[in-house]
Design a protein around this ligand. Structure first.
Ligand code: GRF
Length: 206
């Protein structure tokens, strides 16, 4: 049984969660998926978790509930699961400094662009509209900003003249599914060192 405990926060489709589940089944992830938390009851990711026997929880932000109260509920749940790492995989809420500070250095996110280019929503659409020749995907630590935290791993992906938002998204997604398990595996093996904004990977095999 692996002792590195991961929570995955989701809001939708959950293909990255699925990639983690499958990497784990293949023994490529030295970690345990202890809970999947969604901020919406309709997320397909929840079905994927159920299907694999991973505990799930829906924590919705109630109307009128302050962000701090909402995040306090999230924190309580994550603490009760004794998580080492929180993985944002298509989690569509921006977490406040209160939450980020609580789990300082223990939250990562996957983003479908080569950050710092094209943060925020519709990153693939932004890359095409800008005319970028290359985009990609990024796994980074989460800080107080939107997609601004220290970068752990990236994959570069070409943007072709005939690309649509859909075709580029699909090409990037395939790489996301490889990059996220790889980053988590490195973290779980303590092969990721932060030096301020820079992240050093201490794995010669990488
Ligand atoms: C991915 O493109 C991820 O990079 C972004 O949201 C999307 C989530 O997709 N943050 P899925 O729910 O994992 O399929």
């Amino acid at each position: 049984m692996n002792h590195y405990r991961i929570a995955v926060l989701v809001s939708g489709r959950g293909s990255n969660l699925q990639a983690l589940i499958e990497a784990n089944q293949r023994g490529e992830l030295s970690a345990q998926l202890v809970v999947v938390i969604s901020n919406t009851p309709t997320a397909q990711a929840l079905e994927r978790a159920h299907h694999s026997g991973i505990p799930t929880q829906v924590i919705e932000r109630q109307t009128g509930q302050s962000k701090k109260d909402y995040e306090t509920r999230l924190i309580q749940s994550l603490e009760s699961h004794r998580v080492d790492l929180i993985v944002l995989a298509g989690f569509m809420l921006l977490l406040s400094p209160y939450f980020v500070e609580h789990f300082k250095g223990r939250i990562i996110n996957i983003h479908p662009s080569l950050l710092p280019a094209f943060p925020g929503l519709h990153a693939q659409r932004q890359a095409i509209a800008y005319g970028a020749r290359f985009s990609g995907c990024t796994v980074h630590f989460v800080d107080e900003g939107c997609d601004t935290g220290p970068i752990i791993l990236q994959t570069v992906i070409p943007v072709f003249d005939e690309d649509t938002e859909q075709s580029l998204s699909a090409r990037i997604l395939r790489e996301e599914h490889l990059l996220l398990p790889k980053a988590i595996d490195l973290l779980s093996k303590n092969k990721v060192q932060r030096r301020g904004r820079r992240v050093v990977i201490t794995d010669p095999a990488r």
